[in-house]
Design a protein around this ligand. Structure first.
Ligand SMILES: Nc1ncnc2c1ncn2[C@@H]1O[C@H](COP(=O)(O)OP(=O)(O)OP(=O)(O)O)[C@@H](O)[C@H]1O
Ligand SMILES: [Mg+2]
Length: 512
């Protein structure tokens, strides 16, 4: 039967943290109990599910630690009870060594974290400490999970940065709030420009790690020979040029979130090292003899079909399995067109603010064109289009003819025809002379000029199918000048123009 134990060490500060330990092995139960008491927690124990129900009925705990296999059922039942009853306890599941499926299954069922048996007591203490930290953040996440989607829910700035109240977006937000509660690795999928990084930031911000660091890494942008040092750090003198000890991303993200963007671009050799770090929860810096425990939550993202990469042998299946415990699919913009008006407003405000201008209202004519546009580049493409429209704008309302791609040309033509006011205004690529003559006096000249320059360059690049040599010639710039401007103005080039090392492939372009 359960026992109510008092802290055995009178020097330990009394805390009101209550922990329930469920394990059928009396010796192990005592070991966990003593370990926790020494940390100053209050501990209750149960030897089976029936005793656990009794305890859970009587009081609210801060954390529940349960064995997976119990004489009268599975530890997973505790998880499902906590979730159905909307209880706030965080649950840690202990699984037998080598049963990765059980660990993954428990994370999917909402466990905060898992421990592999035989339990390493140092890790045990660290995971418990992590589970009881920041109950406020946790409760916020839980409250969000309940209220997301219902009007008048609590103001959640992290989630509100993700604009969109369409059904698919609300589902994404609810999922973010839910997964934020656990340590489970999350894989964010979605086409380019859908907002995967914003989703990763929201997971971090809703979690109890919010006060810790959010470290974003573009896995495709790191030279292969530097990957290990970049991820795990390096000791002074461990390789030529290592003048002092260097921290890796794992150390930098300690107690926070490590966001592995473009995870599909990670070379196979590095995939094994990453898998090991995740499984062992420890890393070893290059040149170091010591293993370092790391408390890091992993969120990764990809625009690729990773399962196809697994099939093709380009991505390790075991790593895929580890990273993809929970998946969040960010829907393309064309599947949530209802979000367009709100997105336009937010993006326009942001662009105008950055350019030192005030945001004009969006014309119905422009909105209709955007609604018919395929927007294959998703929110990022929308942002670029609005950037251009704002740079060309001279009226009180924001308006422009949007160049529709062939597959949407039919729809676009219908819209232009239906709008009598603009029926004669055929899509145009160049600045109308009357707009060119209008003088805008901005608050911030440099920001305004940057906006203009970006809009002009983007337009000319689109006209030249992103051939920079042709675009440079058209604008009487050198290739070096246009390359510099593309980079400094952060102009997005299509992925096909980028070679595997992440650099723009000149040979592709010169072949045009
Ligand atoms: N729902 C949204 N609300 C507001 N802004 C958004 C939203 N989704 C994306 N954005 C904005 O669109 C741009 C692209 O978003 P983000 O970088 O997160 O996309 P991504 O999916 O990571 O793209 P990529 O695959 O190209 O890396 C950013 O400027 C981001 O702030
Ligand atoms: Mg991204």
């Amino acid at each position: 039967m359960a026992t109510i134990a008092q802290p055995s060490n009178s020097n330990t500060p009394a805390t009101s943290t209550q922990i329930l330990v469920v394990d059928d092995e009396p010796d192990l139960r005592t070991l966990y109990e003593l370990t926790l008491l020494r940390e100053g927690y209050q501990v209750q124990t149960a030897g089976n599910l029936a005793e656990a129900w009794e305890q859970l009925k009587q009081r609210q705990f801060d954390a529940v630690i349960t064995d997976m296999r119990l004489p009268d059922g599975l530890g997973l039942e505790i998880l499902s009870y906590l979730s159905t009853a909307q209880r706030s306890e965080r649950c840690i599941v202990m699984t037998a060594y080598g049963s990765a499926e059980n660990a993954v299954e428990s994370l999917k069922a909402g466990a905060f974290d898992y421990l592999t048996k035989p339990v390493d007591l140092k890790q045990f203490r660290a995971v418990v400490a992590s589970a009881i930290q920041g109950p406020a953040g946790y409760k916020v996440a839980r409250a969000l999970a309940k209220t997301v989607g219902s009007a008048g829910g609590p103001h959640a700035s992290a989630l509100n940065r993700l604009v969109g109240e369409s059904e698919p977006m609300l589902a994404v937000k609810a999922r973010i709030a839910k997964v934020a509660r656990s340590m489970a690795p999350v894989l964010v999928r979605g086409e380019s420009g859908t907002g995967k990084e914003l989703v990763a930031q929201a997971i971090h911000a809703c979690s109890h790690r919010a006060s810790g660091p959010f470290v974003a890494v573009n896995c495709g942008a790191i030279p292969e020979n530097l990957l290990e040092a970049e991820f795990f750090g390096a000791k002074k003198g461990s390789y030529t040029g290592a003048m002092q000890d260097r921290e890796g991303y794992f150390q930098a993200a300690r107690h926070g979130t490590l966001f592995l963007d473009e995870i599909g671009d990670l070379p196979l050799a590095m995939q094994s090292k990453l898998l090991r770090a995740i499984q062992e929860r420890s890393i070893r810096a290059i040149g170091s003899t010591v293993e370092d425990t790391v408390d890091v939550r992993i969120v990764s993202a990809t625009h690729k079909d990773l399962s196809a990469d697994v099939q093709a042998g380009r991505f390790r299946q075991d790593l895929y399995y580890r990273l993809n415990v929970i998946e969040i699919a960010v829907p393309p913009l064309r599947h949530r067109r209802g979000d367009l008006p709100a997105l336009c407003t937010t993006l326009l405000d942001k662009i105008a603010r950055d350019s030192g201008l005030s945001a004009p209202a969006l014309s119905q004519h422009l909105l209709s064109q955007l609604e018919a546009h395929p927007l294959r580049g998703n929110v990022r493409e929308l942002e670029n289009l609005l950037h251009r429209a704002l740079a060309l704008n001279d009226g009180s309302e924001l308006d422009m003819e949007v160049d529709q791609t062939p597959e949407s040309a039919e729809t676009a033509a219908t819209i232009v025809k239906a709008d009598t006011a603009s029926a004669s205004a055929l899509p145009t690529h160049s600045l109308p002379p009357e707009q060119r003559a209008k003088l805008v006096i901005p608050d911030d000249l440099q920001a305004y000029l940057d906006t203009q320059e970006k809009a002009i360059l983007t337009q000319v690049l689109q006209e030249t199918q992103f051939n920079r040599t042709a675009a440079a010639a058209r604008l009487k710039l050198s290739l070096r000048q246009i390359r510099y401007r593309i980079a400094s103005l952060n102009i997005t080039m299509p992925a096909s123009e980028v070679s595997e090392d992440g650099l723009i492939d000149e040979s592709v372009e010169d072949g045009h």
